[in-house]
Design a protein around this ligand. Structure first.
Ligand code: ACO
Length: 334
């Protein structure tokens, strides 16, 4: 689905924030849990370690901490926030939405708050939605957050998945932009529900409730057909990045930084090569955090922003891919 026809207001990213839980789980730690090795994990994925939320630390807590940092950077107080969208597949509760807990924790009681579920693509889905709602005049600002506590939904006996994922949250504040400020130039998103089965948390919903009989079967854990996902990820991310680059009127050499979903370094390298962007202009932090699903691109954007890897006036392209299958991209003048 493409975008941007009748925009009345330009929309900028006014602030970013992120939060990672303190506990570090290294590849060496995982060697003690399942039959794996640092060599296998690092050579197949690029991941060295990931963060794991503390007991009693929920998705909403991480989301609120990331959100508070983004608000602070944007110079917006909680009571001024008009819209909160949390992208997550690991909500605190099935209902109410995690965004409602975030509204409560931040004291952002004037905000409309809801969640979206688009797996690793959720943060850019939220960005497109919020951008459109602001540009159409429905809201003047939005706090968008990608937050996940995947450690709850991992089968720690399954080496195919448990080495890949981590917990964390990233956030951005979007608001109407003044003419001299940067703006979100183009966004793109897509879905292919025919491939639902490739990445799933099959149990715990209405289709397959957890019962005393099936409780030992890890049905509320993430399953993934990694090789299939890999192929689709590369193709879809390349296509959607190309679309936003073209629609923004850019060429590969105009892009200061690509901030991709942080799932696998081999996927990231393949996309950079196909987009003709050299590796030094691609932001990578998955070695520290693993795949944090909806949080990953948001955390990466915040780290790129705060480390000075993106400067005002430069062009950034974000591109993501996840369960659904879903994919999305955004081109931004910072
Ligand atoms: N340690 C050691 N061996 C392992 C491990 C492990 N942790 N995990 C799997 N293996 C074994 C398997 O059992 C298999 O052995 P077999 O061939 O004897 O059956 C073999 O390693 C599989 O190896 P490869 O086929 O070489 O694995 P591959 O190169 O495909 O890498 C990976 C696997 C990392 C999962 C990769 O396919 C991948 O990253 N896929 C994409 C994932 C992704 O992008 N997800 C994004 C969305 S996630 C979301 O939306 C929540």
């Amino acid at each position: 689905m493409s975008d941007e026809t009748s925009s009345q207001h330009q929309v900028c990213i006014a602030g970013t924030g992120s939060y990672l839980p303190e506990r570090v789980l290294t590849n060496a730690d995982l060697e003690k849990i399942v039959e794996t090795s640092d060599e296998w994990i690092f050579s197949r994925t690029g991941i060295r370690e990931r963060r794991i939320a503390a007991e009693g630390e929920f998705t909403s807590h991480m989301a609120s901490k990331a959100g508070a940092k983004a608000l602070e950077q944007a110079g917006i107080t909680a009571d001024q926030v008009e819209l909160i969208i949390v992208a997550t597949i690991t909500p605190d509760t099935l209902t109410p939405a995690t965004a409602c807990y975030v509204q409560q924790q931040l004291g952002a009681f004037g905000a409309v708050a809801f969640d979206i579920s688009a797996a690793c693509s959720g943060f850019l889905y939220a960005m497109k939605l919020a951008k459109r709602l602001i540009s159409d005049g429905a809201f003047s600002n939005a706090l968008i957050i990608g937050a996940e506590k995947l450690s709850t939904f991992i089968n720690w006996e399954d080496r195919n998945t448990c080495v890949l994922f981590g917990d964390g949250a990233g956030a951005a504040v979007l608001r109407r932009a003044a003419p001299e400020e940067g703006s979100i130039l183009a966004t793109e998103m897509g879905t292919d529900g025919r491939l639902c089965h490739l990445i799933q948390i099959p149990g715990g919903g209405s289709a397959l409730p957890i019962t005393p009989e099936n409780i030992g079967q890890h049905l509320a854990s993430l399953t993934m057909m990694g090789k299939e996902v890999f192929k689709h990820a590369v193709n879809r991310m390349k296509e959607s990045a190309e679309k936003v680059i073209e629609r923004a009127g850019l060429k590969p050499e105009d892009i200061a930084l690509v901030v991709p979903h942080q799932a696998n370094l081999r996927i990231i390298d393949a996309i950079a090569e196909r987009l003709s962007v050299p590796p030094e202009r691609v932001f990578v932090n998955l070695q520290k955090y693993g795949n944090t699903s909806a949080a990953a691109v948001a955390i990466a954007l915040d780290e790129a922003n705060r480390s000075g890897a993106i400067k005002r006036g430069e062009h950034v392209v974000m591109v993501v891919f996840g369960a659904g299958l879903t994919w999305a991209a955004a081109a931004v003048r910072w």
